[in-house]
Design a protein around this ligand. Structure first.
Ligand SMILES: O=S([O-])[O-]
Length: 483
């Protein structure tokens, strides 16, 4: 079939792309895009020509930017590897969603520890910002520049596969090319409010998350039976039951018989439900095919800096403070920095598990270094401390006072459907047993987060702060979330 060649600047809707781009030496990339783009965001230097197929529009990026002179001649400044680092040397880790908040920090951390890392990402998270008119507080470089900068700072290469894991053909090629020993799967739409905007976002979230994970499971079965799947789940899968939350399983005696069963799930958004569906699919394939998997039921992540992202400003992580993607403590720090009252939803007794992003990267490393056995479906509750929203507001108010900020708190009508006062006690010992040394929320961390937010406060768009998505008002009409 003949393909028409279009200049890049005329791309309005990029649906799929499959071309392997071999750079001169260290960096290889596969560009594969499955999401309509309003504008072509890739730098013109990267795109030389595009091929558009009738029906299934397909762009082929015919050439990639050669590694810059700067990278070729880079001075290696990475720290020396410890013995545990060198033993990881041969291990290949594919990080799906490696351009996102947790994924980027994890990719750099594992690369720094001596793992061979490949990032797989369709960059759709950047598109969500454009769709919703929101932005990270911190300026973030393109993934290509991030990876080049990492190479120039540390001498370590990260491979890039740009594409959509819902497209099995793309995913298979990435698997066959990289041959991962472990796959860390962050590549999901991860916002509960985003999934509750309208019908199409609810469907997108469940399709993207559930089908993406299914494809990863099939890819492991087909190409890499031994590969360990480390999947990011959420503590939100459990809901807020009036009994203690166990780590994945609960032993129940019923009518005189006893069994250990998956802990009951009570998700409270289409996003959280997508993770529940994933967990069931993963558990089934562990049993049926002998897949080895670890489900990390992660709590709410706060913070932004890690050792690696601090190495250069171009390695900086994203910092979301908006009502759709911003996480609780990060949002409060930005609100305090700009003199906006802290927005507590409803009564503020909502209690959840929290962790520092420096612990996210540590936990993933521990899970990879201590893999599940073939056929084992392991569940770790990945958080370090529990706080209610009111606790967080109090902590930020006190920390703000010390920095001379006058911090107010307001209760806003709760846009979610959730218990606002409830029992909450979740176990989280398995990662500690593997060696996790938590960074607990301290005054100094709060100071540094607040100072970070103050540093960027001129970038804050106040219109992004209030919640705009209501669990009850979701409908079929496509919504443009106004700011
Ligand atoms: O990059 S993310 O996880 O919003």
């Amino acid at each position: 079939m003949a393909h028409s060649i279009l200049p890049c600047c005329s791309i309005n809707s990029c649906l799929t792309t499959k071309t392997y781009l071999k750079n001169n030496n260290t960096c290889s990339a596969v560009f594969y895009d499955a999401v309509p783009l309003q504008t072509c965001k890739y730098p013109k230097t990267v795109l030389r020509s595009c091929t558009l197929r009738p029906r299934r529009q397909s762009i082929i990026y015919a050439a990639a930017t050669p590694m810059s002179q700067e990278i070729e001649k880079s001075t290696l400044t990475g720290s020396p590897q410890s013995s545990s680092e060198s033993s990881a040397k041969s291990k290949k880790v594919m990080i799906i969603g490696g351009d996102g908040y947790c994924g980027w920090a994890t990719a750099l951390h594992l690369s720094n520890k001596g793992y061979e890392v490949a990032i797989v990402d369709n960059l759709v998270r950047r598109l969500f910002d454009h769709q919703l008119g929101i932005d990270s507080l911190t300026p973030i470089s393109s993934i290509q520049n991030r990876v080049r900068r990492w190479k120039s700072v540390t001498g370590k290469s990260i491979q890039l596969f740009i594409g959509d894991i819902c497209d099995f053909e793309f995913l298979s090629e990435a698997f066959k090319s990289f041959e991962p020993d472990s796959v860390v799967h962050f590549g999901e739409q991860r916002s509960a409010p985003y999934s509750m905007i309208d019908r199409s976002r609810a469907v997108y979230t469940q399709h993207n998350n559930v089908i993406g994970t299914l494809n990863v499971l099939f890819a492991i079965k087909e190409f890499s039976q031994e590969c360990h799947l480390v999947k990011l789940g959420t503590m939100g899968e459990y809901g807020t039951p009036n009994i203690d939350i166990e780590e994945g399983y609960i032993t129940i005696t019923h009518n005189g018989r006893t069994d250990t069963l998956p802990y009951p799930k009570q998700a409270s958004s289409f996003y959280h439900l997508s993770k529940v569906h994933d967990s069931h699919n993963i558990a089934f394939t562990c049993k049926a095919w002998g897949i080895r998997a670890t489900d990390l039921n992660q709590g709410v992540v706060y913070g932004v800096r890690t050792d690696e992202t601090d190495m250069h400003e171009e390695l900086c992580n994203r910092f979301d403070y908006d009502g759709v993607f911003g996480t609780a403590l990060n949002r409060f720090c930005v609100q305090a920095a700009v003199g906006h009252p802290l927005t507590v939803y409803g009564k503020g007794g909502q209690t959840r598990g929290y962790l520092d992003i420096r612990d996210t990267v540590q936990c993933v490393e521990l899970a990879i270094a201590n893999p599940a056995k073939p056929g084992e479906f392991r569940v770790f509750n990945q958080f370090t401390e529990q706080f209610s929203v009111n606790d967080l507001a109090r902590l930020v108010t006190n920390a703000g006072k010390k920095l001379g900020l006058e911090v107010q708190t307001i209760s806003v009508p709760n846009p979610r459907v959730e218990a606002e006062e409830h029992y909450y006690n979740a176990k989280h010992t398995k990662l500690i047993e593997l060696g996790l040394r938590p960074h607990l929320l301290s005054e100094s961390l709060l100071d540094s987060l607040l100072n970070f937010a103050i540093k960027f406060k001129d970038q804050v768009d106040a219109a992004q702060i209030m919640p705009t998505v209501s669990w009850k008002k979701i409908g079929v009409k496509t919504r443009t979330v106004s700011v």
